[in-house]
Design a protein around this ligand. Structure first.
Ligand code: HEC
Length: 446
């Protein structure tokens, strides 16, 4: 009787506290935020149950303990699910992934309660198989629900990011057209995200499950699948979140960081509106520096003869040398994402044979140091270099002055000094240089 009342109340929760995308009372958010902490207790207890049941075959006292632990797990699960629903309702989470996780947690809790009931008939020998079967189902459901919760917090690719390729291919995965190093995305959009967002949305910090360091991550979205809805800025959560009133708690960048400038917002709006493309090089209504957009794109040499060497180095180093386009003479993009944390000067040096063909070096978050500028200088067709969050201090930056096509240089979150930057003033082609969060950053205007 009591049990059915509890189950009934639990089932009523998703309607009473529907996750409707609005934020609600702060007591709900306060309590709700204990959910990530609270869930670990029932998980631990549930895993203990089969251990105790099996151990109970040898020591009957353990079997008695199993019943007690299962009861505790049921009570804790109820607590965790209530906190979870308060978190979703109070915090304004409304997306499919959140709802899925909520229902999985609710069903899990009801299954645990069922398990405790079935156990008594199992002990008395009335039914010999129902309890073990439901217990197994509970364990499987625990793993699934936990995984969903993890994906909400750390991003959908958290578990598989460093997995061997064959494992990655098991799961659903999207592929995206390749990014053009001279596209609006690379020259205008990613730099805005690099300077304003990636401190909380890349690497170890994946707030809202959303990574903003690459095109693929951006399009994958976070706990919402609608961070970018191509052609519809007003439906894109990312756009909504950067255009909220300045005192709104959900405004991005959060924590009182300065909001994006109207110009940055206009660029993001136009880019989403016109298809959120990784390769288009113009946006209607937005003025790109005409002198450069009219430049014919310089051609690099033909690397088609090197295909097998390229494949080999890709698998040795775990990097990618993606072609910019189908034409070999358009060059290669070096990507280190996935191995960035171990990618070092020595690894970059191994790419020397391909140096003349690389037009974009994505070395952000890697371990490369100032010693790598010598090899970068050999990449004579480089147009973009990403060095954000690397250990460099810029002492060898002057070696880059030979790069006559360099347009984009990201040095954010490095130790680069003003002095070092002076060394590259001869680089006249450079249009975008990012020094956010470095000793060389301009003093913010109050
Ligand atoms: C100081 C840290 C911080 C910075 C900087 C920051 N964010 Fe966030 N962001 C968060 C946190 C925390 C969340 C998760 C809670 C929430 O949704 O409010 C989040 C969530 C989001 C979400 C919702 C993701 C989803 O799928 O639910 C979007 C979109 C977003 N941020 C965009 C941005 C953009 C764009 C920028 C840069 C202009 C930015 N953020 C900068 C902390 C930050």
């Amino acid at each position: 009787m009591l049990v059915s009342a509890i189950v009934f109340l639990l089932l009523a929760l998703p309607w009473t506290f529907a996750p409707d995308g609005q934020t609600h009372a702060s007591w709900q958010q306060f309590l709700g935020r204990f959910h990530p902490l609270a869930v670990h207790l029932p998980i631990g207890l549930l895993l203990l149950v089969p251990v105790l049941e099996i151990g109970g075959r040898i020591r009957p006292s353990l079997r008695e303990a199993a019943g007690f632990v299962l009861g505790c797990a049921a009570i804790c699960s109820i607590g965790a699910v209530v906190l979870g629903i308060l978190l979703a309702h109070g915090g304004g989470f409304a997306k499919e992934a959140v709802r899925g996780h909520m229902w999985a947690g609710l069903i899990l809790t009801i299954a645990v309660i069922t398990c405790t009931l079935l156990r008594s008939s199992w002990i008395t020998g009335q039914s010999s198989f129902l309890y073990p079967v439901v217990l197994l189902a509970v364990l499987a459901l625990t793993a699934w629900t936990g995984h969903q919760g993890g994906a909400l917090t750390y991003g959908k690719t958290y578990l598989t990011e460093f997995a061997p390729t064959f494992i990655k291919q098991l799961g659903p995965h999207k592929t995206y057209p390749s990014v053009d190093p001279v596209s609006v995305y690379v020259t205008r959009i990613q730099p805005i995200l690099d300077s304003n967002c990636i401190t909380c949305h890349s690497g170890a910090k994946v707030k809202g499950g959303l990574q903003l360091d690459t095109y693929a991550h951006l399009m994958d979205g976070g706990s919402s699948d609608e961070d970018i809805v191509a052609s519809h800025p007003e439906k894109s959560l990312l756009f909504t979140r950067i255009t909220l009133p300045t005192d709104h708690p959900k405004l991005m960048p959060s924590e009182g960081k300065p909001p994006l400038t109207p110009k940055d917002i206009a660029w993001i709006r136009a880019w989403i509106q016109q298809g959120a493309s990784p390769s288009s090089t113009t946006l209607v209504g937005m003025e790109l520096k005409p002198a450069h957009t009219d430049d014919p794109i310089p051609q690099v040499g033909d690397y088609s003869g090197l295909t097998s060497q390229i494949e080999q180095i890709e698998s040795t180093l775990g990097i990618k040398l993606d072609r910019v386009s189908a034409r070999a003479a358009d060059g290669l993009v070096l990507r280190t994402i996935g191995v960035s944390q171990k990618f070092s000067d020595a690894d970059l040096a191994k790419l020397e044979p391909f140096a003349p063909y690389i037009v974009d070096a994505e070395l952000g978050h890697t371990r490369v140091t100032d010693n790598s500028f010598a090899i970068l200088a050999k990449m004579s067709h480089l147009r973009a270099i990403h060095l954000e969050e690397t250990p460099i201090d810029g002492r060898n930056l002057k070696q880059l002055t030979s790069l006559s096509e360099l347009r984009y240089l990201n040095l954010s979150s490095t130790k680069v000094t003003k002095q070092a930057l002076n060394d590259i003033t001869p680089l006249k082609t450079l249009q975008h240089i990012y020094t956010y969060n470095t000793p060389a950053a301009p003093v913010p205007v109050p």
